[in-house]
Design a binder for this molecule. Structure first.
Ligand code: ZN
Length: 134
């Protein structure tokens, strides 16, 4: 893994949270994106070299809806940049980590993504992401 790519925060109302985080960072979000496969609407902020992703559920079965129901709003996942996501999935599976996604899928922000199950990583939901070559 190369570095933290972004931190994901689950929110109930992305419009309100966009305003809140714009006040916090002194800067507007730079992108909004619907990820239909995950049932989420996302927005991205830059804070120095770091990125924050806000996620709002767009349907009741979305993982974000379930998360907020159980735990409320807050930090949802930490995403790490990897160079080769398939190799990394293979390596982590061999190490005994449980993958939610055994094969990469298309995520927000032009990335291939895969999540690890938080029960195999001390309760932290870990996302792997690899930039898709343009
Ligand atoms: Zn993410």
């Amino acid at each position: 893994m190369r570095k933290i790519e972004h931190i994901g925060i689950a929110v109930k109302d992305i419009e309100k949270s966009n305003q809140l985080f714009a006040s916090l960072f002194g800067k507007e979000h730079y992108k909004i994106e619907d990820v239909k496969s995950e049932g989420v609407k996302t927005s991205f902020f830059k804070c120095g070299p770091n990125k924050i992703e806000l996620l709002q559920a767009t349907n009741k079965n979305s993982p974000i809806a379930k998360f907020i129901e159980k735990k409320g709003e807050g930090i949802h996942h930490i995403a790490f940049a990897v160079d080769n996501i398939e190799k990394e999935i293979e390596r982590l599976t061999k190490e005994g980590f449980e993958m939610i996604h055994k094969a990469p899928k298309k995520g927000a922000d032009n990335k291939l993504i895969a999540f690890l199950h938080p029960k195999s990583s001390n309760g932290v939901l870990v996302e792997l992401c690899q930039e898709i070559d343009k």
